[in-house]
Design a protein. Structure first.
Length: 124
């Protein structure tokens, strides 16, 4: 029977490949203390569905490439990468001041260009 693992996608940069970090809890044989062991596994994602942060299950398959021995089975939970943060009042004020300074600088440039154009016409 094929192994089924679950973990979190840590990379989806490669085409049709995801890297899944699986975490297991082990107990030390002598001291009895439990600790976490994590392992990164490359898995085949035919449709490029899984994204960073998604919790997925992968199933063991025949070797697909040098490193890939697993394929994406299901996406359990989507990651929270589409979070939009609201701007605070301070950030909004700072952004407004920057926009005002840019507008003033552009006005000065336009005024300077107009002066030089007038001076060149007067010199002729």
């Amino acid at each position: 029977m094929a192994r089924k693992l679950s973990g979190v996608v840590v990379s989806d940069v490669q085409d049709k490949t995801i890297v899944v970090k699986t975490t297991t809890r082990k107990t030390h044989p002598i001291y009895g203390k439990s600790y976490l062991v994590s392992k990164k596994v490359a898995a085949h994602d035919e449709k490029n569905e899984a994204k960073d942060g998604d919790t997925v299950t992968i199933v063991e398959t025949k070797p697909i490439s040098k490193q890939k021995r697993f394929a994406l089975d299901a996406i359990i939970e989507r990651g929270h990468e589409d979070v939009e943060l609201k701007k605070t009042e301070v950030e909004a004020e700072a952004e407004a001041k920057l926009a005002e300074k840019k507008a003033q600088a552009e006005a000065k440039k336009a005024e300077k260009a107009a002066k030089t154009a007038l001076e060149s016409e007067e010199a002729k």
